[in-house]
Design a protein around this ligand. Structure first.
Ligand code: 5MM
Length: 335
């Protein structure tokens, strides 16, 4: 199959349109179920569906969100009125995306490290997702910082898989969101996060180049450069922004765009850091593709009550508006 470079480039541009970000609502069934239960909601298929409909149907969501990432279960579900999610979301002016990895699993040969799986049968699944209306895809690899990790083996295995996924997506006409997440777990300082993230990105660029991935037709979803969550000193937003963009500057100008994950930061800190990042000089669009930092307040406000759907939507709307304002430069935040 040949690549339709133009279509992927156009979609990537829509995904990182000025003032818009991407909502990550692609928790796997296991993760979503435990988040529902933590909020006192029974983890049924219908509750997972109702929650995703609450998010997607938030009034005026498309003002600040260009796309929503779903998992396989949601993409095959429908709104309460019977409209399949991809069609309903397109009609709301939002691009539907699909998480296509099958999760980070223990990596054979590398105790304590993980490799993301999902390459088997991927081309067929991508064709089906495209047929069902998906415009883009997502694959997340995770890297844990310790004194010994991430190892070269884990970096190579995960970046190679990310590149194979990205190439397969472009052949299927779907924009790959390429997510190499260096986790915040640990007590490391911000410099160590910068060092590891730079190493992972360098390996990723090499693997993407070897598979002829068109960088203008991908969206990179990196972690911000930030200290480990057990580190005693919290970097301020300016320090995070400068360190983050310094690492990213090794990416060529043609890169389609950069959409940050929130990684477990509080919603407020993620927005403050994003706002400072957006003020940096950069050749590619910089925006957000947060999961928890967008949806946690919505889930708390709704907690499964049909009467509180509007409260949940208002909570999501507040976060999306704040982050959209942050990337537009309209928000002045203080941590
Ligand atoms: C929404 O969570 C996504 C993955 O969930 P699973 O681990 O259950 O597969 C995750 O990939 C998410 O899209 C990104 O990590 C960004 O989310 P955060 O919460 O880090 O912004």
């Amino acid at each position: 199959m040949t690549r339709d470079t133009t279509a992927c480039r156009d979609t990537a541009k829509r995904m990182v349109a000025p003032g818009k970000g991407i909502l990550a609502a692609d928790e796997s069934i296991g993760t979503m179920s435990s988040r529902l239960e933590k909020n006192g909601v029974e983890a049924t298929e219908e509750n997972r569906r109702a929650y995703r409909e609450l998010l997607a149907a938030t009034p005026d969501l498309s003002d600040g969100a260009s796309g929503i990432i779903f998992c396989d279960e949601t993409l095959n579900q429908s709104f309460a009125d019977g409209t399949p999610f991809p069609k309903a979301v397109h009609a709301l002016g939002i691009l539907p995306g699909i998480k296509v990895d099958t999760g980070a699993k223990p990596c054979p040969g590398l105790p304590g490290e993980k490799v993301t799986e999902g390459l088997d049968g991927l081309a067929d699944r991508l064709a089906e997702y495209a047929e069902n209306g998906a415009a883009f895809a997502k694959w997340r690899a995770v890297f844990t910082i310790t004194d010994q990790t991430p190892s070269r083996g884990a970096i190579r295995a995960n970046t190679n898989a990310l590149a194979r996924y990205a190439a397969a997506c472009q052949e299927a006409g779907l924009v790959p969101i390429v997510e190499p997440e260096v986790l915040m777990d640990g007590d490391h300082a911000i410099d160590r996060c910068a060092e590891v993230t730079a190493m992972v990105h360098a390996a990723l660029r090499e693997e993407l180049a070897l598979l002829n991935v068109d960088l203008a037709g991908i969206v990179l979803k990196p972690n911000m450069i930030i200290e480990g969550d057990d580190h005693e000193v919290h970097a301020n937003a300016e320090q995070v922004a400068e360190a983050t963009v310094t690492v990213l500057r090794d990416w060529p100008d043609e890169l389609g765009g950069v959409t940050f994950l929130s990684g477990g930061q509080s919603p407020e800190r993620a927005t403050a850091n994003l706002e400072a990042i957006a003020r940096q000089d950069a050749p590619w669009p910089l925006t957000f593709s947060f999961g928890r930092a967008l949806v946690d307040p919505a889930l708390k406000a709704w907690h499964g009550e049909p009467d509180l759907v509007e409260a949940g939507q208002n909570a999501l709307s507040d976060r999306v508006k704040a982050n959209a304002a942050a990337v537009r430069g309209d928000l002045v935040t203080a941590e």
